[in-house]
Design a binder for this molecule. Structure first.
Ligand code: ATP
Ligand code: MG
Length: 340
């Protein structure tokens, strides 16, 4: 049985393909039909140079995963006393391994505090790792420096859970979205910057005029669209989506999910989609990794994880997904923790 996006009102229906339709890299997640969730942009956002560069890169290494994570560990020190001596370690990520193909969405699901965000941030080198390796297109992310690191930063982006906290309140939206273009020297003039930021905003369902306003003038969903436009600015290949919908009103969540799946089809993006909501994960991800206490306890195709969960923790997580039909009784599986 596949789970419905039960938090959505009854009105949306799964369009284009049914929820049980076979999915692959060229057959992305179905849209949730929702009034006003369509894209208002019909222009060209990705440059032809980027398209041909991606085609060449794909031809050179068709089978190699885009991202390869091996035995990744990130431990945080626990300090105490006046001298702030290290008295212990929080093993936030403790031996995580997975591969991500081009155009794929891997769902990383697990309870609060199990280490999902730490995995995403460590992969992007936003926080230091303890051990293990991360390779992006065969290049070691942790040993990259200078120009190589700058190139990797261009290809790997993140969308944050809290759109309000992730946008600088003192900067206008145009400056926020255009900042990566300026930092990477990808625009030659103010006019070009204004044109590109306008295109990005429109592609993400915002009016061009939003560029002149400040983040606090927008709703949560609109701010998330601004965050997505910023993440897209450098035409990345891979985006960590860290709970991109969990801070949003239920009616807005479907719009953001649809935007992300549309952008994936258009740009061939790969997502590491982090969430604690199994219903969202099953909707957007072809493969799912279940995380518990810093480790991946189960990893496989969506149908396998949802229909034949092997681990007790996965069964407990699935039993907690609310049923859209209140007449249906589901037996809760309580996972007491302990040995994995
Ligand atoms: N900078 C830090 N210093 C010390 N401990 C940290 C730090 N960042 C995270 N942790 C700890 O690491 C563990 C994993 O945190 P993380 O934010 O990755 O969890 P999560 O799965 O993303 O949770 P949530 O679903 O609530 O976002 C938690 O116990 C957290 O307290
Ligand atoms: Mg988190």
């Amino acid at each position: 049985m596949l789970y419905q996006l039960s938090y959505l009102p009854a009105r949306p229906t799964i369009g284009r393909r049914g929820p049980t339709a076979e999915r692959n890299d060229t057959n992305p997640a179905p849209r949730v039909n929702w009034p006003g969730s369509g894209s208002r942009y019909d222009g060209q956002t990705m440059t032809n140079a980027t398209k041909s560069e991606r085609a060449e890169s794909l031809a050179r290494s068709p089978d190699r995963p885009l991202l390869s994570v091996r035995d990744l560990r990130t431990h945080f020190p626990v300090r105490s006393g006046i001298l702030q001596r290290i008295t212990g370690w929080v093993k936030a990520v403790d031996g995580v391994s997975f591969d991500l193909s081009r155009g794929e969405t891997l769902g990383l699901v697990g309870e609060s505090g199990c280490g999902k965000t730490t995995v995403g941030r460590t992969i992007l080198k936003l926080i230091p790792h303890t051990s293990g390796t991360v390779e992006f297109e065969g290049k070691n992310v942790f040993t990259a420096h200078g120009a190589a690191l700058k190139a990797l930063r261009r290809d790997m982006q993140i969308i944050f859970q809290d759109p309000a906290g992730s946008l600088n309140p003192r900067m206008r939206v145009g400056a926020i979205v255009g900042e990566p273009l300026v930092v990477h020297g990808l625009v030659k003039s103010r006019d070009e910057l204004r044109q590109k930021t306008g295109e990005l905003l429109v592609r993400c369902g915002m009016p061009k005029a939003a560029a002149d306003r400040y983040p606090h003038e927008f709703s949560g969903g609109q701010r998330q669209r601004i965050g997505i436009a910023r993440a897209l600015a450098l035409e990345p290949k891979f985006i960590v989506c860290d709970e991109p919908t969990s801070a949003l009103d239920v009616s807005i969540q479907a719009q953001i999910i649809n935007l992300l799946t549309d952008l994936q089809s258009e740009f061939g993006l790969s997502y590491l989609f982090i969430s604690h909501d199994m219903a969202v994960i099953q909707h957007v991800c072809r493969n799912i990794a279940v995380m518990y206490q810093g480790k991946i306890v189960e990893h496989g195709e969506r149908e396998q994880i949802l229909e034949r969960p092997q681990h007790r923790y996965t069964r407990s997580l699935l039993s907690a997904v609310p049923e859209p039909d209140p007449r249906t009784q589901k037996r809760r599986v309580i996972f007491e923790g302990g040995a994995m």
